[in-house]
Design a protein around this ligand. Structure first.
Ligand SMILES: *Cc1c(COP(=O)(O)O)cnc(C)c1O
Length: 263
């Protein structure tokens, strides 16, 4: 087993004590300790929906209920369709709320993973162009050098050999961003190629994260998501978003299954 979170996350991040907010301790009752406004929100004539949202209160910091609803939705969806794709059948494992991290759109999560894992001015990340533009912007903001390993330009598939060679030869690379289905290519990355890459990184003992951005996964057959593999492959992180298939770009919500981190 090569996965070693202490070699992946930055040491300042590993040292953090989680911030405890008032909502960690109490969610109901008389809540006086968080300096929320007890008179309600300042919205004029709020609708009953807005009242029910209790926008004057800080939200549940762990969002367990929402995470469970998202998982239940995905499970019922794949049961109805009865078609987890053949390549993933038999190796998928259940996802629990502890696997999920909700972000303010995938764009926040792209940035957050870079900030947690890559030392500015020193460490690097791989992208596979042609691909989504935000990886480049977040890398630049965080002062992280980009290593570009293009997709095969006749198939728009990743090139696991080239990626693994690069990872083996450059110990400063911490992350690999893969978009599946691709933007702008619309091609889903072949799971066999992804398995090949995951096996190769295990062989070379690379300690970093393979991030599969599945912003468009709902436009592929149900059962295509590799999120069901995050508990099998600890180096695998998967991004999904409510912005595209769910038509909810305005709420800025993203799902981010990954193995629960253990130090
Ligand atoms: C649109 C898009 C995103 C970002 O979506 P959010 O609205 O920030 O969740 C992420 N990745 C890809 C490939 C996209 O096309």
């Amino acid at each position: 087993m090569t996965f070693d979170i202490s070699k992946i996350a930055r040491s300042n991040i590993l040292k953090l004590e989680p911030y405890r907010c008032a909502r960690d301790d109490f969610k109901v009752g008389v809540l006086l300790d968080a300096n929320e406004n007890t008179h309600g929100s300042a919205l004029t004539n709020p609708s009953s929906l807005e009242e029910d949202l209790e926008l004057n209160r800080y939200p549940d910091p762990h969002q367990i209920e929402l995470k469970q609803q998202i998982i239940d939705f995905r499970v019922s969806e794949s049961k109805q369709d009865k078609q987890i794709s053949n390549e993933l059948k038999g190796i998928e494992t259940p996802i629990t709320p502890e696997n999920l991290c909700l972000g303010v759109g995938s764009d926040e999560s792209i940035d957050a993973v870079i900030r947690c894992c890559c030392k500015p001015g020193v460490e690097k990340m791989v992208i596979c162009p042609p691909t989504y533009g935000m990886y480049t912007i977040c890398a630049a903001v965080n002062d992280i050098e980009l290593v570009k390993i293009p997709l095969n330009l006749s198939t728009f598939q990743i090139q696991p050999d080239l990626i693994a060679d690069q990872l083996a030869n450059d110990s400063n690379i911490k992350l690999v961003y893969i978009t599946s289905p691709g933007n702008p290519t619309a091609v889903k990355i072949d799971s066999e190629l992804l398995f090949d890459l995951l096996k190769k990184i295990e062989t070379i003992g690379w300690n970093g994260l393979i991030i599969v951005d599945e912003a468009y996964i709902d436009f592929s057959p149900i059962g295509s998501s590799v999120s069901v593999l995050v508990n099998k492959y600890p180096n695998l992180v998967v991004f999904q978003t409510m912005s595209k298939s769910f038509g909810l770009a305005g709420i800025r919500l993203e799902l981010h299954p990954r193995k629960q981190l253990q130090t």
